[in-house]
Design a protein. Sequence first.
Length: 348
Amino acid sequence: MTTQQHAPFKRETERRKRRWFPWNFLRGGRRYGKWLHQAPDSTEQNHSKVRIGLALSSGGAKGISHVGVIQVLEENGIHIDAIAGCSMGAYVGSLWAAGFDGIQMGELAAELDSNRDLLKLIDPIFPPRRGFIHGDKIEEWLARSLKDVTFEQLEKPLYVVATELDGFARKVFHQGDVVSAVRASLSIPGILEPAVRDGIEYVDGGVSDPLPVDVLKERGIDYVIAVNVIPSVEDLEKCRRQAQQIQKRKLWWQHPLSWLNQKFNYFAKGNLLDILRGAAMGSQIRLLEECSKRADVLLRPIVCDASWHDYTNHQEYIQTGRQIAEDKLPEIKALLAAAEKNQASRSS
């Protein structure tokens, strides 16, 4: 890894070290000083404050669009009181809750800039009895940035959604270590081996709640901004027509290895892993539409020309997230005004 790639981690390490200096504890500073006393979650404790939450959907690599949304929220000084995330949304949400800003998260995404980088995260299972990938290397990747942080130590309250394999009940993690919770939420059935936490097996949170708006509402959050990166049936049809037009303009000799890729790459479009993921996403679409209706502001950054595992396309995802967030800024600011009005009425 180059010095430039190490830069975000070095900055984060130095920033975290500064928090440990004694004066942070003596003056009762927030962050690490708060951690020592294990203060109760203010999101669940202060019922007089009008609170705004951010719900981040599942969606594979397209979930990097969440980073672009967060960048715009930060640039416009929009405060979020709590985060709920599922699958890729859980990963992005955990980084933000741990203190990474939108720029740093973009730098992390840029580290997976080639298929060779992606291969480093794959530890295949032979034979693939319960999945094609163990997921241990993915967990190591998570731990590089999140370390051994617990939910109680995060700067923002975080709720991570996973699904119990036995019974498929929704599980919301809000205590203990964050890495194992996010690993559980990312465990795509049939592709990643189920994750085990406290003796219970879990799979992708998208199976039970792909856009956790209700998770925040159930915990007293007054207003929810939701980001859904999974396309609707109508979006998919539009994307399909666009892909057909592009395919017509391609000449076979421009992509001489495409035939071999289709025959031997399990991740290639239309092959086994793509079908498994597509079927899982298809079962979530209608559930997502229902969850979306309960959001106060809904953002839908949709990228057509990319697959669920194309993490090398991070720049387009982030830009799409930024664009939809900027387009929705008037709605978000109207929501903030309503929250302030609600707060004033509660205080009077």
